[in-house]
Structure formats: C-alpha cells, structure tokens
Ligand binder design. Structure first.
Ligand SMILES: Nc1nc2c(c(=O)[nH]1)N[C@H]1C(S)=C(S)[C@@H](COP(=O)(O)OP(=O)(O)OC[C@H]3O[C@@H](n4cnc5c(=O)[nH]c(N)nc54)[C@H](O)[C@@H]3O)O[C@H]1N2
Ligand SMILES: Nc1nc2c(c(=O)[nH]1)N[C@H]1C(S)=C(S)[C@@H](COP(=O)(O)OP(=O)(O)OC[C@H]3O[C@@H](n4cnc5c(=O)[nH]c(N)nc54)[C@H](O)[C@@H]3O)O[C@H]1N2
Ligand SMILES: [Mo]
Length: 777
C-alpha cells in the first residue's frame, strides 16, 4: 500500500464479491504490515474459542461451526491494528500539531500505533511525553474544577469491551452524570428507540441459527459485501436451499448481487458465483417506510379478500389476538395512506411494491435485516416501527427462522449499551447500581452525541473524554464539532491510532494509548480476557494474541480505573483489585445486570452464551405488556422543513456511505473495489442524466453545498462527478469527507441521529482543485 495517491481511475468491477479479489487484497495488506507470519497466526485465531473477537463488525458466528471465521475486511482490521509502525515521542517531536493537521485522515492512522501517553504543550504546539500518573492527576484536577459533573462529556466508541464499558459507566455515574454520548447515537439509536416502543426490547430478536430456517430474508439499507462480509455466507446458504433474499437498496451493491466464498476452494477455481439476491428493489432515499407500508397495505387487501372468500387468512390472527395491541389504528393508517402517496414517496412502482408483498406473503418465515440506510434518516424510528408492524401482521417474531435483525456496526456497540453506556438509562439499571454499590446514582438524563456537541459549543461542557473512536470526524457539521472540542478546558482521547480528534485539542489535551483486541493484556493476575456481545446477543470472550508494541500502553479497563482512582479514590470499588483480575469485574456485572448470572462460569462454554431476548421469547416488556402496532404518519414530505425554508430547491439528495477500504473514519486505502473506484475518495456518484441536467460533464470537479435555514455555508470542495448506476435525483459520496455538510440539528425524530443518508445539496463550480487534501472538509 503506497501512501502516494494512485492515479484516480474508475472502472466498473466485474468480479464477484469476496472470492479471489478479496484474497488478493488481504494478501496485499499482510505483506504491507511488515509482520505477515505473526498476523497470519493472529488471524487464524480470530473468532475461535480462545482467540480474539474480530475488531471488525458485530456480525455473529454459528457457535457450532468449526469453520475459520474471517473475512477480507476483518483481516484488514486485524492487520491495521497489528502494525509494527509506532507513533511515539520521537514522532511527536518531529511533527507539530499544526503540521499533523495538514495531513489526511488516511496518513494519520497509517503512521502506526500510539505507544506512550502524551500531553499537548500549547507553547511549542507539540505533544510531549507525560507519565501515566501525571495524566490521571491532570484529568482529576479538571474534573474537580467543574461546577457540576454535568459539565463533562464521556464518549464511547463501540470497540470498548464489556469490562471497560462497565467500569467506565460505574466511574462516570459515581462521579455524578449520565453524559454518555456514544457512537450508537449516530448508528443504530433509532433501532433501539423504535423496537423498545414496539416490542419492548431495543435489540434484534433473531439468532444466527434462525438464518438457516428463514424462507425469506429482507435486507434493507445495508451493504454487507463491504461492511458485514461474514453475513454473505448465511445469505448464500439461504439462496442455495431455495429461500428468497430480497434487497432494498438504491445502489446495486456488488456483495448483494453476486458472491463466492473465499474459503470454498472449488467455487473459486471454477470462478462461479451464485446470484445472491432473488429480488432487488431500488427505493428513493428515505423511501423505505412508504415501501413497507405499501407491502402491509397489500397484505391487508389480501386479508380482506380472504375474509370475503373464506380462503386461509393472510394475517396471523391467533398471534395478533394473543400478543399485540393497536391493530385497528394501524389498519386505519393503512387505509389512509393512498397508493399514489406510497408510490411517490417510496420511489418504487405499484407493481414492484406488489411483487415485494407477494415475496413477503409467500414466505412462512421472514427475517428482516437493516442497517444505516434505514437508521440515518429523519423518520428512521417510524420506518423501523413499520418493519416491526409488518412482521407482527404475520407473526414473524419469536419463532424459528423469523424476526427482527438490526445488523450492528462496531464489534461491541451492542454490549456497551447492555453495560449501561446510555445517556437515558432505564430506571432498573440505576436501581441495580444503587443497590449494589451504595451511592446515589444521578437520575437526570445526560447528553447524546449531538447534545454534547451543542453543550461544548455553548461552553456548558468543558471536559471531553473519549473512550475510543474519532469524535471530531465521525460527527456531523465538522467545523462546528471541531470548534466544540477546541472550546473545552480538557480533551482526552483513549486510542490505539492517531486521528483528527487528537489534533482538535482543548486548552489541555491528552492522548492515552491503549491495547486493542489483538494485544495480549497482562495484569497482576496474569493474561486477561475481555468479553463482547454480537448482534445476536451472544456473549463471548476475547483473548489478545500478539505481544504489545510498547510496555507503556495500557488496557482500556486499566486506563478507566486509573482515571477513576485519581478522581474518586477507592470509591465505590477498589479499582486496582478489579484490574488485577477482570473476572472480578464480571462478578460485579453478574451482580447488577440481568442475564449475566454466573457470568464467569458460563463464559467457559465454547462460543459463549446467549443473553436471551424477551421479544424473541414472545414476552413484551412494553407499557401494555403486548407488542404494539405503531400507527405513525408517513412524512408529509421527505424534505425537512428547514431545507424548504432555505428558499432553494436541492439539485440532488446525497447519502454518505462507506467505501470498501475503510472502517468508519479509518481509511485503509483509496480504492472502493466493488464500486470500481481506484485511488480516490473525493467522488460524487451521480446518474449521468443528472450530471448533464445540472450542466456538468462526467469527470468534472464540483463543490457540494447543503441546504438549511440557518444561513451557514456548508461546503466541501473538489468532488469528481462519477457517472454511476444510481436512481435519478440521488447522489452518494463517502463519509467522513461529507460530514461538514450535515447540519448539527438535522437529526432523526426520537433518535437524535444525524441524517447522514439524506442531505439536500446543490452543486457549484469547484473553487478548489485536485490539490485539495484528502479527507478534509
Ligand atoms: N469494512 C467495514 N465494516 C464495517 C464498517 C466499516 O466502515 N467498514 N462500519 C461498521 C459500522 S459502525 C456500521 S454502523 C456498519 C454499517 O454498515 P452499512 O449500513 O452497510 O454501511 P453504509 O456504507 O453506511 O451503507 C449503507 C447502505 O444503505 C444504502 N442506503 C442508503 N440510504 C438508503 C435508503 O434510504 N434506503 C435504502 N433501502 N438503502 C439506503 C446504501 O446504498 C448502502 O448500501 O458496518 C460496520 N462494519
Ligand atoms: N456522514 C456519516 N457520518 C457517520 C456515519 C455515516 O454513515 N455517515 N456513520 C456513523 C456510525 S454508524 C458510527 S458507528 C460512527 C463511528 O464513530 P467512531 O466510533 O467514533 O469512529 P471510528 O472511526 O470507528 O473510530 C476510529 C478510531 O478509534 C480508535 N480505536 C480503534 N480501535 C480501538 C480500540 O480497541 N480501543 C480504543 N480505545 N480505541 C480504538 C482509533 O484511534 C481510531 O482512530 O460514525 C458515524 N458517522
Ligand atoms: Mo455504526
């Protein structure tokens, strides 16, 4: 992998997803890491009992299957973390913070692992070494200086282990606040909110085994070929045994079209690739709620016809009667939604909606999966409740081969929530903490990500601590977010790799280097394992395999404990004793959280244990004790009122998404193989007719401006127009380059998630040119 940007090229990709191309790409990454053999050993341990959990995505594996479980992008994630390159004191002596700011996000992370704690020295504009104890003391000093604990923000990214997350929330609540902005606020928050109201639990109801029993698997707003490659295997198996895979995605994502598995030698040799999808629908951005409602409306029509003719019912009436509330109001809403409005808003024809409805009805057991194409809209909560409504109509919940499957992103984002990383914690959690630890737990709701940014912008919050992640780049409205961090008295980043958040400093700033999943974590009681929870609520252990690069790195639990001890002393727990042996942390978890009884013993089971899911067991922890049909109104217009108030019409609606060579803000390379892009990231995928309609030529460079009513110019520069197979009126470009375009208050109703998949933009002749730095707004 060379750091010189290759000559930008665009050529449609002809190969299958995964398969040879994937292996070639992995081999390339190994050879580049300077320690291929060690990494090969590490990779073979990924997701095996006794190995480490893949730091890639949150997809789960079959607990029984003996297959080696890794994928191309998991391999990249392992390799990226297990580099030998180091960002140490000498590195920071060489580069000032201002110089580092000139570099791309790609360059910053490529420099290697952070190996020692550093403190920002404003006078010299350099980071300089600091002792761990001095760093902890500085944090304690700042936290004590605040007028109120609510003036501190404690961010979490979804790689933190259960042990780290549990200690973190315990420390922060003992300190006195629920200010827990986290990556989930930008990710599956809408799924949690929607499903909590609909079925009483904010997690997916299916397990890995269900995929083998489904007659149809609907995949909405998700690109598993890139972001959850291990999911392709059960999809492929499903197609092989005759089940339907039905995709809703405006982009014909390659992984969903064709697939060959890199571990099935025969198929690779014959270069055959079975078609994966059996139907592909291409809705308007944000059109899924209307499409789902259209499917439900067909089911309702057929149900009425069945009632009239005496044919078998379409609805699962026994299930509806025993388990649900609110059907009548929902049917009234279906009647009130005209076919015209459903067709117009969904972007699908009536015939397509009917075809999807037939596929749905013909399947006895249906799983619906979804990801960011569904969760990052203004009406995401309502859309996900429409998914749940549909499943309830036919009892597709809480039986084998059927259910709801929000496919999580970060490998432990679901576990972090389970551990209590939640700015709106349920009372039961707080009660349990209070009982077990005997201190008065704060009851006031805290800040989510967008609220935290606003609080820092307004000077209300003054200390920011990030347990992983890249807050400066992952969040919306980048110039404002950067200002927010810079307003702080102290910013602390607990990280494995250098990123822009380290260069967006408060008056004081610390970098605290931590161990990653792949690293051996040695404590007083010997090498420690941590635990994680996957998308199917399976809890399993993760053991690091590689010798850490530096003795000065510490584990996340140890860093959290260090901050806690410096701030609170030995209250409410003996922090050092917990760090000596993480089994003691798990005992505290077992004491406080439901489902974790006998945690340490159950962890011994190969493949881990299932936490359970109430809705999956047809128990409904909702207000009325039933699953609820939610009769939400369709949005009157997909365009936000504040866009309409701008007085301008958008040229295009933009979604921001991931390339094949990135992990969120971590950029592994400049290619996007399945979409045929090479050597560049500043591209705008647009329909050729739209390019010409707007008066441009394919290949030309443009600036993108987003529309909002606040008079602020939000602009990113120098994007090459790529004529692409994308529905008219839509555009797509990569995250995080486009984050400056997302207004801070363009958020989901009820979820507060930035609307990263629906940005109203105009194009303008480019002010900048090719010299514009990568990955900067
Ligand atoms: N290799 C790799 N793996 C990852 C990540 C990574 O960056 N790299 N990130 C991890 C994280 S944190 C997450 S949350 C997941 C993200 O996984 P995905 O949700 O797959 O990620 P995105 O790239 O944002 O893709 C969104 C998909 O939704 C489609 N889409 C956009 N808008 C709409 C819409 O309105 N309707 C419909 N039906 N489709 C739409 C897009 O065309 C695209 O295919 O992946 C996780 N895994
Ligand atoms: N426009 C737009 N914005 C988005 C999205 C989008 O689709 N479009 N997606 C959103 C989503 S789904 C998410 S989840 C967020 C992601 O937001 P974040 O989770 O904040 O961002 P990441 O890029 O995953 O964080 C990368 C950094 O994490 C650190 N890191 C890596 N591994 C570890 C570890 O094991 N421990 C610790 N302590 N640090 C580690 C490294 O320093 C690395 O630089 O972004 C959101 N932002
Ligand atoms: Mo995510």
């Amino acid at each position: 992998m060379s750091l010189q940007a290759e000559q930008p090229r665009y050529k449609p990709y002809k190969g299958a997803a995964a398969g040879w191309g994937a292996l070639r790409s992995v081999t390339h990454a190994w050879l580049d890491s300077k320690q291929p053999f060690k990494n090969l050993r590490a990779l073979l341990q990924t997701n095996q009992h006794g190995g480490f959990d893949c730091p890639g995505c949150a997809w789960g594996d079959s607990p029984e299957d003996g297959h080696i479980k890794f994928c191309e992008n998991g391999a990249k994630a392992v390799n990226w973390e297990a580099t030998k390159r180091r960002v140490d004191a000498a590195f920071f002596a060489r580069y000032s913070v201002s110089q580092l700011r000139e570099q791309s996000d790609y360059w910053l992370e490529y420099q290697g692992r952070l190996t020692e704690p550093m403190r920002y020295d404003r006078a010299s504009d350099h980071y300089v070494p600091v002792a761990w104890d001095a760093a902890f003391a500085l944090i304690a000093k700042h936290l004590h200086a605040l007028e109120s604990p609510h003036q501190a923000e404690f961010y979490t990214s979804g790689r933190a282990s259960n042990e780290a997350a549990f200690l973190y929330q315990l420390f922060v609540r003992a300190y006195g606040t629920n200010n827990f902005p986290d990556c989930s606020n930008m990710c599956h928050e809408a799924s949690g909110v929607a499903l909590g109201e609909s079925v009483g639990v904010g997690k997916g109801t299916v397990t890995f085994a269900d995929f083998a029993h489904a007659d149809a698997i609907f995949v909405l707003g998700q690109n598993p070929g890139t972001n959850h490659p291990r999911m392709l295997e059960p999809l492929r198996e499903a197609v092989k045994r005759g089940a339907q895979v039905v995709c809703f995605n405006p982009l014909k994502e390659r992984g969903l079209e064709r697939f060959q598995h890199p571990q099935h030698a025969l198929e690779m040799l014959s270069n055959g690739s079975a078609p994966l999808n059996t139907a592909f629908f291409r809705p308007a951005l944000g059109g899924d709620m209307a499409a789902l409602r259209g499917i439900a409306k067909f089911l309702w029509q057929w149900q009425r016809e069945a009632e009239a003719s005496g044919a078998p019912a379409v609805f699962d009436q026994a299930f509806i009667a025993a388990h649900t509330d609110g059907l009548d109001a929902y049917l009234t809403a279906l009647d009130a939604s005209s076919w015209d409005s459903l067709v117009k808003q969904s972007g699908l024809s009536l015939a397509e909606i009917e075809q999807a409805a037939r596929l749905y009805r013909n399947a006895e057991r249906v799983i619906i999966c979804w990801a960011m194409g569904i969760t990052q809209h203004h009406h995401s909560v309502a859309t996900i409740q429409e998914i749940s409504n549909l499943q309830l109509l036919r009892g597709n919940l809480g039986r084998p081969g059927a259910g709801l499957c929000p496919v999580r992103g970060h490998s432990n984002v679901q576990g972090d929530r389970t551990m209590g990383i939640n700015e709106r914690p349920p009372a039961a959690l707080l009660d349990a903490l209070e009982r077990r630890f005997q201190f008065q737990v704060p009851r006031l709701h805290g800040h989510n990500t967008v609220e935290a940014i606003n609080a820092m912008l307004e000077g209300q919050a003054k200390v920011f601590i990030g347990l992983g992640g890249n807050f400066a780049q992952a969040t919306p409205d980048s110039p404002r977010t950067h200002q927010a961090l810079e307003n702080c008295a102290l910013t602390v980043q607990i990280s494995t790799k250098l990123n822009r958040s380290h260069l967006t400093c408060g008056a004081d700033a610390l970098i605290l280097p931590c161990l990653g999943r792949t690293d051996i974590d040695r404590q007083a009681g010997g090498p420690q394992a941590v635990t994680v929870e996957d998308s199917f609520s399976m809890i399993h252990a993760s053991h690091g395999q590689l010798e850490p690069l530096s003795a000065l790195m510490r584990s996340e639990p140890a860093i959290v404990a260090g901050i806690a001890k410096a701030t609170l002393g030995n209250r409410p727990v003996d922090w050092d004793a917990l760090i000596a042996d993480y089994a003691r942390i798990r005992e505290l978890i077992a004491d406080t959280l439901p489902g974790f009884e006998d945690f340490n013993r159950r962890l011994q089971h190969p493949g881990g244990f299932y936490l359970g899911n109430s809705a999956g067991a047809r128990q409904w922890n909702t207000a009325g004790g039933k699953a609820r049909f939610m009769a939400n109104a369709l949005p009157a217009s997909l365009l936000h009122a504040k866009v309409r108030q701008s007085g301008e019409q958008p040229d295009l609606i933009l979604q921001s998404l991931r390339s094949h060579d990135q992990y969120n803000t971590t950029i592994y390379g400049l290619d996007d193989r399945y979409r045929g892009v090479k050597g560049q990231r500043r591209v705008l995928f647009v329909n050729e007719a739209d390019i010409r309609r707007l008066g441009y030529e394919p290949g030309q460079k443009v600036d993108l401006l987003s529309l909002w009513n606040d008079g602020v110019e939000r602009r990113v520069q120098g994007f090459t127009l790529l004529a692409f197979d994308i529905p008219p009126g839509q555009a797509a470009a990569y995250y995080p380059e486009t984050n400056p375009l997302v207004p801070l208050d363009s958020i989901g109703a009820g979820s507060h998630t930035p609307t990263s998949k629906f940005i109203a933009i105009k194009l303008a002749a480019s002010r900048g040119d090719a010299a514009i730095r990568l990955a900067q707004g």
